[in-house]
Ligand binder design. Structure first.
Ligand code: ADP
Ligand code: MG
Length: 613
């Protein structure tokens, strides 16, 4: 009888491993950049085309490889980082499993060019779908360049899972930001379709890198963490609760230079913030933990993004204490006279001066030759276009639509005074500084002052955009720090914003400067408004081009510019509002579709008081 169990051919087992290691372009970037770091590089250039679909290329100035090593490194379980079982428990490098290169090479068209400093020539190896196609000597600078073209070309099912260019690029930027934060001395550049989208110069102070990556506006608001004893060091920065976010994306945790998702540390971080942050909000923080390599198991996840501490409780409690002490200190800053109890200054937690988590020793001098980043000579013009987000079908937009055109009257709002006008209403009073109460012949009319004014502002703005809005130059320009996707949106809507009398200028990276705002906003803060606009455009996918986006912007501007709830109004203001409502095309709803007024007809009151049955 024939046996049915077979050992899988290597090419197939590599593809299976690739399923774990290579989830998407960002995971290729992670593995290859980690290899570059393990090789002692201090300059790494990441070049991407089409969100990683066409090209992912990582060039480094690290140790490089001789020909024999280059041929070996693409074999499964080939690694220079561990040799014997004991090594598994003292891993000081980011990689150690020997899986990344063969996995990636099995699902792409893969080229490796590498040269070690003491070698006369470099080696170039080309592989397609795991099969070696070419091995030649070549001229090359010291270091390594890996090019991954047409990722998943031979695994169509995986290729289908790739998301839009912007989404994949967002993941790549996130991955690289995490690495940048952990390795401040390393210079990192990210190029997409021939354009530089990120450049983090090597810096000697980790704090500088934190600000570079997490945003300038945190600069004045970072509390330093520091703890050290023989088996544990904690450094890093936390931001004040005022900067908290609605996702955990502002939390970066590193263990021995490796970025990890660690529940223990994250939990400790939250506990450190206890009582300072509302439920559902997340702090912004970078926490760098260093422990001896034999006190942490890094081999618990194929993508190596989880760890297990030998002294878990100690790590947890130290992080919690460290964070809460840093925040306490910041609280006290506002009113302390400068006096600090002596035992707080360092006896318990000596400061670690300028400790870089990127410091690992490789016993090798890093070469200075630099890769010239070159693409194919004739890059098509289309590749230079700025990023566009995916075009979603209109049906994907589930948000309530404004009822501009059909305008059905909300319940309780039957054409009460179809022939009458708002200005005929007799003012009774203001309830809770939010609702205006009026008397009409037929009963009581209650107007939501914010919703009503929002409608007025919206229609006013809409008419004005066709004939120029008045602009107001900001005395102090405001700066906005946006993440990659937000910045792409902002760059796209700048011309439209100009139509709305905003002056916004890119300032490099994700930073933008707001120089002028529409006068109609009356000096209100524009930053939150801007962020909301960008969010709205992001959410709607802005497939329906600028017009929809601008309409969203108008609604947001109307909302920000409108009279708020909890605001006492003068009679003159109320009368003016009524007149303006009369002039509106759709006075019954705010631009988001909420009613601007409701009514209690007399008959309702009479029934309630049993005057009629
Ligand atoms: N950029 C690089 N520079 C120098 N050597 C490299 C580079 N990338 C990979 N290597 C070599 O190839 C080996 C295999 O890499 P990889 O498959 O990622 O496994 P691992 O990193 O787990 O060892 C590494 O151990 C290293 O010796
Ligand atoms: Mg590796």
């Amino acid at each position: 009888m024939m046996s049915t169990i077979k050992i899988l051919p290597e090419n197939l087992s590599n593809k299976i491993a690739a399923g774990e290691v290579v989830e998407r372009p960002a995971s290729v970037v992670k593995e290859l950049v980690e290899n570059a770091l393990d090789a002692g590089s201090d300059r790494i250039v990441v070049e991407i085309e089409k969100g990683g679909r066409s090209l992912i290329q990582i060039a480094d100035n690290g140790a490089g490889m001789i020909r024999d090593d280059a041929l070996l490194c693409i074999e499964r379980y080939a690694t220079s980082k561990i040799y014997k079982e004991d090594d598994l428990f003292s891993i000081s490098t980011l990689g150690f499993r020997g899986e990344a290169l063969p996995s990636i090479a099995s699902v792409s068209r893969f080229t490796l060019v590498t040269r070690r400093q003491d070698a006369d020539a470099g080696t170039e190896i080309s592989i397609a779908g795991g099969t070696i196609k070419k091995v030649v000597d070549t001229g090359a600078p010291v270091g390594t360049m890996v090019s991954v073209r047409q990722l998943f070309f031979n695994t169509p099912a995986r290729r289908k899972f790739l998301k839009s260019v912007n989404t994949e690029m967002g993941h790549i930027v996130e991955t690289l930001s995490g690495i940048a934060l952990g390795w401040p001395k390393v210079r990192l550049r990210l190029i997409h379709n021939g354009r530089e989208v990120k450049h983090w110069p090597g810096v000697s102070s980790p704090r500088e890198r934190v600000v570079d990556v997490m945003g300038r506006d945190l600069d004045a608001d970072l509390q330093e963490l520091s703890f050290e004893d023989e088996t544990l060091s904690i450094t890093g920065w936390t931001s004040s609760p005022a900067h908290s976010r609605s996702t955990s994306r502002g939390i970066y945790i590193y263990v021995n230079g490796r970025i990890v998702k660690d529940r223990v540390v994250q939990h400790a971080l939250f506990q450190g913030y206890a009582g300072r942050i509302v439920k559902g909000q997340f702090p912004v923080a970078a926490v760098f933990i260093m422990v001896p390599n034999d006190k942490v198991d890094v081999n618990v996840h194929p993508a190596k993004n989880e760890v297990r501490f030998a002294e878990q409780k100690k790590v947890h409690d130290s992080v919690r204490l460290c964070v809460s002490q840093a925040l306490d200190q910041a609280d006290r800053k506002h009113w302390s006279s400068g006096y600090r109890p002596p035992d707080e200054t360092g006896a318990v937690f000596p400061k670690v001066a300028e400790r870089s988590t990127g410091e690992f020793s490789y016993g090798k001098q890093v070469g200075t030759d630099q890769w010239v980043v070159s693409g194919p000579a004739s890059r098509s013009v289309a590749d230079h276009r700025p990023l566009t987000t995916d075009h979603r079908p209109p049906s994907a937009d589930h948000r309530p639509k404004a009822t501009d055109h059909q305008s059905p009257l909300p319940a309780g709002q039957q054409a009460l005074w179809s022939k009458k006008q708002f200005k005929d209403l007799k003012y009774v009073g203001q309830f809770r500084d939010t609702y205006l109460i009026f008397e009409s012949d037929e009963g009581l009319v209650i107007i939501d002052q914010h919703a009503a004014h929002e409608r007025i502002m919206y229609e006013h703005l809409k008419k004005k955009t066709h004939g120029r809005l008045e602009k107001q130059i900001l005395l102090i320009p405001e700066t906005l720090d946006l993440n990659f996707r937000e910045a792409a949106v902002m760059a796209e809507i700048i011309p439209g914003l100009k139509e709305l009398a905003f002056e916004v200028e890119p300032f490099g990276g994700g930073t933008f400067v707001i120089k002028a705002a529409p006068a109609v906003l009356g000096g209100r803060e524009v930053k939150p408004l801007m962020l909301e606009m960008v969010d709205a455009v992001l959410e709607s996918g802005h497939g329906n081009v600028l017009e929809n986006a601008l309409d969203d912007c108008l609604k947001i501007m109307a909302c920000h510019g409108a009279i708020r709830a909890n605001q006492e109004l003068k009679l003159a203001e109320i009368n003016r509002m009524l007149e303006q409502l009369d002039a509106c095309d759709t006075p019954s709803n705010c631009p988001h579709g909420r009613p601007t007024w409701v009514t209690w007809p007399l008959s309702f009151l009479e029934k309630a008081f049993k005057r009629i049955v």
